[in-house]
Ligand binder design. Structure first.
Ligand code: GLN
Length: 306
């Protein structure tokens, strides 16, 4: 397996040339675009295989949206969560605002786009932001099997200073009554969850839990219910790569969630959790070489669920 992963990373690395690192968050513009790494957690063997730049730390960004969604579903239940956010793909970019005004239900289409994710973050309970963030981080530590996760403060500050697009989405959500309370507090929490640092190994382990019905394969602990893990896998298939989700379903065919930090988390039901890191992004904000390596891996191991 390790040799196969290394071969596929070597073959896909050149694809980084065709993408760009996310520069709308200035701190992310400093990242080396050529890095590419992969980790694959085999849930039957309880073994992790890695190749390339698999140990490099990067910010989780939008992959955190599945973490807060799991937590919100655990805490608030499905009815409350889906009264605020829908279940349908948009076909729009991740930071689009247009449907918030035109959709008759006056709520974000799904929890994977920024509007939906900001609404989900506002549902996390706690007496203040530090208690809420501690809850998010602790849950993340548990589901990734890594109790050393920390925030990249430079990226957090950088996004906080420049995140006017998300600010406008959040104020719009407040005007619709989707979020309540202090909008800037909600945004701070959202920017912070996006700035948690991980490696491809950490997200491979989260993928492994999702591929194993919510149970951590390394210790048998049920972290989320099977039902919630099905909800997350379904959103990853339909909306995980935004307006690139349909193409990814055809090319790779597994539940996945991307982030503009360059990560892609995948769960191959009953088999593997996979984490990929490649910060050069395509125009939809998804790792360009990361998709390439997953495409090849899916063909080699016949991973498509379709
Ligand atoms: N923090 C980023 C943002 O909200 C996350 C976007 C992403 O990873 N697609 O713009």
């Amino acid at each position: 397996m390790k040799l196969l992963l290394k071969k596929l990373v070597d073959q896909s690395r050149e694809w980084s040339e065709y993408g760009n690192v996310a520069s709308y968050i200035p701190e992310l513009a400093k990242i080396n675009p050529d890095d590419l790494g992969i980790s694959l957690y085999d849930i039957k063997k309880n073994e992790i295989y890695c190749a390339g730049d698999s140990g490099i730390k990067f910010t989780i960004q939008s992959i955190s949206k599945i973490i807060t969604l799991m937590l919100a579903l655990n805490e608030n239940g499905e009815d409350e969560v889906f009264s605020k956010v829908g279940k349908e793909p948009t076909g729009d970019p991740f930071n689009s605002i247009i449907k918030l005004e035109t959709y008759s239900k006056k709520k974000p289409f799904n929890p994977m786009i920024n509007a939906g994710a900001i609404a989900i973050t506002s549902l996390i309970k706690g007496k203040d932001n530090s208690e809420k963030f501690a809850k998010i981080l602790n849950f993340f530590k548990k589901i990734s099997g890594n109790n050393k996760l920390v925030v990249d403060n430079k990226v957090f500050k950088s996004e906080k200073e420049t995140g006017d697009r998300n600010r406008s989405i959040a104020f719009f959500l407040k005007s619709l009554g989707v979020i309540s309370g202090d909008v800037n507090d909600v945004l701070d929490l959202y920017f912070k969850q996006c700035s948690i640092m991980v490696s491809s190994k950490d997200i491979a382990r989260v993928g492994a839990v999702l591929s194993n019905g919510g149970v951590a394969p390394w210790n048998g602990e049920e972290i989320i219910s099977r039902h919630i893990s099905k909800i997350i896998n379904s959103f990853m298939v339909t909306c995980g790569l935004y307006d690139g989700s349909g193409r990814f379903a055809i090319q790779v065919g597994i539940p996945a969630k991307s982030g503009v930090g360059g990560g892609i988390l995948c769960s191959v039901p009953g088999k593997y959790g996979i984490g990929v890191y490649g910060p050069a992004l395509n125009r939809r904000g998804n790792s360009i070489a990361g998709i390439e390596v997953l495409k090849k891996l899916s063909q080699e191991l016949d991973l498509s669920i379709f």
